[in-house]
Write a protein that binds this ligand. Structure first.
Ligand SMILES: NC(=O)c1ccc[n+]([C@@H]2O[C@H](COP(=O)([O-])OP(=O)(O)OC[C@H]3O[C@@H](n4cnc5c(N)ncnc54)[C@H](O)[C@@H]3O)[C@@H](O)[C@H]2O)c1
Length: 528
């Protein structure tokens, strides 16, 4: 692999997404799947420094064909987590002493490693998390983007900030890493999200312990392999597979300075509470970067172009079976167009293709696991009981796998949990509103504030909704998913997160602390 130096690095640009309409691209991905399938089940180790321990207490399976075992892994105990944090702490002094440009070179080489294996990595996300091909390829691209973006960002951050200077005094502001970062990731972006958090920690000079989602240990392993193959010192990044208990042990470890978490609201709140306790022997306040769930609303005004709105809402609600944190959950439709919009959305849902993630035509794959299917089914039953199912695609559902019919529900009572709780599946609700302000009131009532959408043609309405909207990412006249690194820094407000923006110019600041040095430069004579 060639070793790029910082002077070679071109400005950041997003990794181009594969064009699946081209036969050659589909063949490339299918070959990647052949290679992945031939190697199943993968053995994911607990990997601390140069020590690898295998096990099979944790089993990840294909959500679309649960009989297919994708990976087996050991479950990290509290003692394993302790060993991983100690190893990361031991590696910290040397890694943080490296200039940012050297650390950046490791990240850029890891991006190259992933680029070379793009088809196999996408295929693994298809198998382990039932991501349809376009989504899986997008996941790999986003992981590459995070590496490239944070590599450049850390080099810029190392220059510090200009301060006001007066004669006889020199003031400098620099950013220093904080120590060991515990990264706890979800399964729905099984490569991009852990890679983003890990890369941010490493780029800024911290060392990292990664606890990947229990549903996606094999993708977690690829994150670690990419960086280690790129020359990262073994101690600088450990992999501790396991369930929530392993994450909880990492959060509570006195040696962890920063916790980067992406996942559900209840777990995020538990982490924030636990991190506020300074453990015996702790010498640092823990910092928590938490990206959590949402209940994302799309407002459709009376003048909206429904030809634009319908496909964009369908894609936002059902792509990857609604399992993106940014997915559309509620449509708030102006009463003048409500009936027409609902009819068209219902028609679109009835022709969605539900099927295995590895089929190129699939729109809606299986949800991640049986619990997820049962949860979405409970909300569907509640919607049927207290409101109305306007459309559901039940035809063609495979008999095996955790499939849920994509569904549109309407006429729900305002206090329905279906309208208020994060469902995280292919269930969209449609409500009638008097006007845009009524819609904004409903959005404002929610404790979540992750993404939102607006379809309208009046620029004054756009300005008004922008002012009233609490969400972290508002999309106007387009889909509300698919944030791109560097273009749409991503993250929620209120109970959707601590207000961080992954893939944005401020993200790395969460992984460092500022240090100011003030020197008296008036001559005092020479000390001999
Ligand atoms: N805001 C965002 O950017 C974003 C992005 C992706 C997913 N999400 C959210 O993530 C959720 C789906 O992911 P999930 O099901 O993997 O979430 P989850 O909260 O169940 O699990 C996330 C991670 O936390 C670990 N964990 C569980 N209990 C823990 C505990 N007590 N202490 C420490 N760690 C613990 C899990 O093992 C896993 O690795 C949804 O709510 C979705 O909205 C948010």
């Amino acid at each position: 692999m060639s070793t790029p130096t910082l002077t070679d690095l071109p400005p950041f640009r997003n990794e181009p997404i594969a064009e699946l309409r081209r036969g050659g691209e589909r063949e490339r991905l299918a070959a990647g799947m052949g290679a992945v399938d031939a190697a199943l089940p993968l053995r994911v180790p607990l990997w601390v420094g140069d020590e690898r321990r295998e096990g099979d207490e944790l089993v990840s399976t294909d959500p679309g064909a649960p009989g297919r075992v994708v990976a087996v892994a050991p479950v990290a105990t509290a003692a394993d987590v302790d060993a991983a944090v100690r190893a990361a702490a031991a590696a910290y002094p040397r890694w943080c002493a490296r200039p940012a440009r050297e650390r950046a070179e490791v990240l850029v080489r890891a991006a190259a490693w992933m680029r070379e294996r793009r088809a196999e990595l996408a295929a693994l996300a298809v198998r382990e998390c039932a991501k349809p091909w376009d989504q899986a390829d997008g996941d790999v691209c986003e992981a590459i983007d995070f590496l490239e973006f944070y590599a450049r960002g850390a080099v810029a951050l190392e220059r510090g900030k200009e301060l006001f200077q007066v004669p006889g005094e020199r003031n400098e502001l620099h950013y220093a890493p904080r120590g060991v970062v515990g990264v706890i990731s979800p399964w729905n972006f099984p490569l991009a999200i852990p890679m983003g958090m890990v890369a941010a920690g490493l780029a800024t000079g911290n060392t990292v312990v990664l606890k990947p989602a229990e549903q996606a240990p094999a993708c977690g392993l690829k994150v670690v392999e990419a960086l280690r193959e790129a020359g990262l010192p073994a101690g600088a990044l450990a992999l501790v597979p396991g369930f929530g208990e392993a994450g909880a042990a990492l959060v509570r470890h006195p040696g962890v300075a920063t916790i980067a978490f992406t996942g559900s609201g209840p777990v995020g709140l538990d982490i924030l509470r636990a991190a506020a306790e300074v453990p015996a022997g702790g010498r640092q306040l823990k910092r928590v970067v938490a990206e959590m769930g949402g209940k994302n609303c799309v407002i459709v005004d009376s003048d909206a172009d429904l030809d634009d709105a319908v496909p964009a809402i369908i894609a936002s609600a059902y792509r990857y079976a609604g399992q993106k944190c940014s997915a559309a959950a509620r449509v708030l439709a102006h009463e003048a167009i409500h009936d027409a919009l609902l009819e068209r959305l219902a028609g679109a849902v009835e022709v969605l293709q539900v099927g295995p993630a590895d089929e190129f035509g699939t729109d809606v794959p299986a949800v991640i696991e049986q619990d997820a299917r049962d949860r979405v089914e409970r909300y569907r039953a509640a919607a049927r009981e207290t409101g109305r199912i306007a459309a559901e695609r039940t035809e063609g559902l495979p008999a095996e796998g955790w499939f849920v019919p994509p569904t549109v529900a309407a006429d729900l009572p305002p206090d329905s949990p279906v309208l208020r709780e994060e469902i995280f599946g292919p269930l969209l609700t449609v409500e009638r509103v008097r006007d845009v302000d009524h819609a904004c009131d409903l959005v404002d009532e929610l404790p979540f504030a992750l993404t939102g959408g607006l379809f309208c043609r009046n620029p004054h309405t756009v300005d008004h909704v922008v002012r009233r909207s609490p969400v972290g990412n508002l999309y106007v006249n387009r889909e509300i998913t698919g944030a791109m690194v560097g273009r749409q820094p991503f993250g929620g407000n209120r109970l959707s997160g601590t207000g961080t923006k992954a893939g944005g110019p401020d993200y790395l600041l969460h992984f460092v602390e500022p240090k100011v040095v003030t020197e008296n430069t008036v001559r005092h004579g020479l000390v001999i």
